[in-house]
Write a protein that binds this ligand. Structure first.
Ligand SMILES: Cc1ncc(COP(=O)(O)O)c(C=O)c1O
Length: 452
């Protein structure tokens, strides 16, 4: 075969970097890579058990159903499915979105919805619309690690509000808002993943949801509710989304098909009040003209079968078993000094280790044992979270989860022992968390819910 005319260099040399450095935009100085993306490269080795990703198990989608749906598209709508589409997305896709939101009690006006290239693009477009360099953006501590690079690339000042077993501390939020007001600053929005949070797995209590919505109304602040996991509930009672409590005046809602169908189709959405939506649409035009027509047709086919909820329930049942396997393995293999959250849904458990363990260092050791997790620091802008980790239970089977937790537990135990040997102190022994899963209030806190 003839050589291709241009071959790209595998890595930029330092002289290459110098040559281009003067051209880089100011914002590139504060751009950050997503820790998860970096980790995915390391965990691609087949022998590594990765509890690091946030991957849904796409092998649960029946290949014959996929083949039948795609064949129907090819036979009946090939030309349309291969064409550009409207920036806002097809009305048929929006109807599917309205149905998904309806399943959680929300009733958006279809005119307020835009189809995006994943929920990730929705976060990006909201920032593009609202954030100037130096603007304050508020989010949870810890927050979704994939949101941090977006906030950074728009040069926001990201302020993180402590989260406990009942979600974002609203009393701390109010103190922060007071402080900002004294400084003459108005945050552009408060970003929250209130239900089965990524990364902590916790859910904001109803009382805090109500207060957050009241605060947004009384101070005329925008809340961005990001809700990829609301339909993946394995126990406890459903709580109303912030969007439902507010009615959509001060809450911008972000959703996605990634966790209830497929992340590969890159389909998400945003719902925003009309003046905000107008700008979001302009921002999207500039970004990518429109979201994939082909995958919107796929979603349309999938929903036309009338069985989309059945699929969500079937993956939910699998993830429930995997969550239980992870919690049982944590109980068995993690030392008594560790504690962890017990999520009622979603894909993640958040574990907290003794303060002398740095989970970034621990990850290097764990990788030698062929196991990976996300170090907690990825979920903070300021270096906090060093002794915590995010553990995913959706991507692999139960045996893999047990083995992964066993290997991480072994690595932690070695660190605890080493600490004892170096300091001469018997490491402080915390009581082993009780197994009190899935019955509402009795979650094991990474910090107990206190105050409001
Ligand atoms: C809270 C949250 N928001 C947004 C996303 C991005 O999802 P996608 O772009 O696949 O819709 C994720 C993915 O894990 C997430 O956990």
């Amino acid at each position: 075969m003839p050589e291709p005319p241009h071959r790209r260099r595998a890595h930029a040399s330092s002289s290459d970097l110098e040559r281009y450095a003067g051209l880089f935009a100011e914002r590139t100085r504060v751009m950050r890579s997503s820790a998860m993306r970096d980790l995915m490269a390391v965990t691609a080795r087949p022998e590594v058990i990765s509890l690091a990703g946030g991957l849904p198990d796409t092998s649960t989608f029946p290949p014959q159903t996929f083949a039948a749906q795609m064949t129907r598209i090819a036979q009946e709508s090939a030309a349309e499915a291969l064409q550009y589409g409207p920036t806002e997305g097809f009305r048929e896709t929006v109807d599917c979105i309205v149905e998904v939101m309806g399943a959680e009690g929300m009733l958006p006006d279809p005119e307020d919805v835009i189809v995006t290239t994943g929920g990730q693009q929705a976060i990006d477009l909201v920032c593009k619309t609202l954030v100037d360099p130096g603007d304050a953006v508020i989010c949870e501590a810890p927050t979704y690690p994939g949101a941090i690079p977006v906030f950074c690339s728009y040069q926001a000042e990201t302020i993180q509000i402590e989260c406990d077993a009942a979600g974002m501390r609203i009393d701390e939020l109010e103190d922060t808002l007071e402080r900002l007001e004294i400084e003459g600053r108005r945050p552009k929005f408060i970003y929250s993943v209130p239900t089965f949070q990524n990364p902590a797995g916790v859910t904001m209590s109803l009382e805090r949801r109500r207060r957050l919505v009241e605060i947004a109304r009384s101070r005329e602040l925008l809340v961005v509710e990001d809700n990829p996991y609301g339909l993946l509930r394995y126990g406890g009672e459903a709580l109303p989304p912030l969007y439902q409590l507010d009615g959509g005046d001060f809450v911008i809602y972000i959703g996605t098909f990634s966790k209830i169908l497929s992340p590969g189709i890159r389909l998400g959405w945003a719902v925003a009040p009309p003046p905000v939506m107008e700008k979001v649409v302009l921002g999207k035009q500039a970004s990518d003209l429109c979201t994939s027509t082909l995958t919107q047709y796929f979603v349309r086919e999938h929903f036309a079968s009338g069985r989309w909820r059945e699929y969500v329930e079937s993956v939910g049942a699998i993830y429930r078993e995997r969550r239980d396997a992870m919690l049982a393995a944590l109980e068995r293999y993690f030392p008594a000094q560790a504690s962890w959250t017990e999520p009622e849904g979603g894909l993640f458990v958040w574990a907290t280790l003794p303060p002398y363990i740095d989970t970034s260092d621990l990850l290097a050791k764990a990788l030698r044992e062929d196991v990976a997790f996300v170090p907690g620091q990825a979920a903070y802008v300021d270096g906090r979270g060093r002794n915590s980790m995010r553990l995913n239970f959706s991507a692999g089977g139960e045996d893999e989860i047990r083995e992964g937790i066993r290997r991480i537990g072994k690595t932690i135990a070695e660190q605890v022992e080493l600490y004892g040997a170096l300091t001469g102190e018997a490491p402080e022994v915390a009581p082993r968390p009780q197994s009190q899963r899935s019955d509402g209030e009795n979650v094991v806190p990474f910090r107990k819910a206190e105050g409001a």
